[in-house]
Design a binder for this molecule. Structure first.
Ligand code: NAD
Length: 328
């Protein structure tokens, strides 16, 4: 099938080219982000392949439909950036990669926890400058601390398992209980209990209309003072301004982010020679107890191989009229 792959970087090209040896799709790699204007670049393609910051709204979907695109293949798990109803109305099928490597995201989450707790980001810079002072580097034992997981699906369950290995007490809030979590003695609690009992809170639920700004001023007020908050899920799950206020008062003691509400304008590009226009992001970066990575939690060899493989298999299944279990 002719596939236009939007928002491609060298690493997408590398992994998709390798995986395509088996599938033989006719792939065109486009560096542009998909929106209603760049949709024209898909001319002649039957399918487009998109990533998390492509703009798959109604206008874009209409532009794709007018060029006879009949399939949108997401190379991501989350699809909060896609107008699913508009695609259905236009007769365009949607497929995604629901689970490529929960370990990649979970391990990055734990990396943020360890870095923030033991101030490794600060220690790295200090030692390079010949500063061996320990002032300000005091951490705490993870052993015996309580970690609260919001959303105990694939990724949340792996975080729970790893943190159990550290000797943490793991509690979780989810709409459903995951037997994998119950098997390792994760205790399910309601949201107010999770907020008030956790020393570390890590978010692993999807962004939906119900979970938008799940962590807001009211939720933060219920948390333990100096709590560590980690979000590797989607930026808009937390109200960034409320979090900044809480960092200033030390109600939040440490913040680890791999996602950011306005990341569309920032992430995945080298902007080091440009003036940063986002004042909220700039403020976040002034805190010594904030660690931000640019949506890289998924970025392991294993995950990239799986993303390319599953995306191309999804496209083949739809092309051959088979049932695709990853159809949205
Ligand atoms: P999953 O579907 O396996 O698990 C999500 C869990 O959230 C489910 O158990 C679900 O019941 C729960 N949930 C849904 N609504 C909820 C609510 N209102 N309150 C509490 N729990 C709720 O998904 P996953 O594979 O574990 O991925 C979780 C999220 O991680 C994705 O939605 C995506 O946004 C994010 N993600 C980030 C990266 C990254 O690179 N940073 C990569 C992949 C996924």
């Amino acid at each position: 099938m002719k596939v236009s792959i939007f928002s491609t970087k060298s690493y997408d090209r590398q992994f998709f080219t390798a995986a395509n040896a088996k599938y033989q799709h006719e792939m065109t790699f486009l560096e542009s982000r998909l929106d209603h204007q760049t949709a024209l670049l898909a001319k002649g393609a039957i399918a487009v392949c998109v990533f998390v910051n492509d703009e798959v709204d109604k206008k874009t979907i209409e532009a794709l439909a007018s060029q006879n695109v009949s399939l949108i293949a997401l190379r991501s798990a989350g699809y909060n950036h896609v107008d699913v109803q508009a695609a259905k109305n236009m007769g365009i099928k949607l497929v995604r990669v629901p689970a490529y490597s929960p370990h990649a995201v979970a391990e990055h989450t734990v990396g943020l926890i360890l870095t923030l707790n033991r101030k490794l980001h600060r220690a790295y810079n200090r030692v390079r400058e010949g500063n061996f002072s320990l002032e300000g580097l005091l951490g705490f034992d993870l052993h015996g601390r309580t970690i609260g997981i919001i959303g105990s699906g694939r990724i949340g369950a792996v975080v729970a398992k790893i943190m159990t290995g550290f000797g943490c007490k793991v509690i979780a809030y989810d709409l459903y209980h995951n037997p994998q979590c119950e098997a390792i003695s994760v205790r399910y609690v309601d949201m107010p209990q999770l907020l008030s009992q956790s020393d570390i809170i890590s978010i692993h639920c999807p962004l939906t209309s119900e979970t938008y700004h799940l962590v807001d001023k009211k939720a933060i007020a219920q948390m333990k003072p100096h709590v560590m908050l980690i979000n590797t899920s989607r930026g808009a799950l937390i109200d960034t301004n409320a979090v900044i206020t809480a960092l200033k008062s030390s109600q939040i003691g440490a913040l680890g982010l791999d996602v950011y509400e306005q990341e569309l304008e920032l992430f995945f590009e080298d902007r080091s020679d440009r003036i940063l226009q986002d004042d909220t992001f700039a403020r976040l970066m002034t805190f010594p107890n904030v660690m931000i990575t640019g949506h890289q939690a998924f970025f392991t060899e294993d995950a990239m191989q799986a993303i390319a493989e599953v995306t191309l298999a999804n496209i083949t299944q739809i092309e051959q009229g088979q049932i695709c279990e990853n159809e949205i």
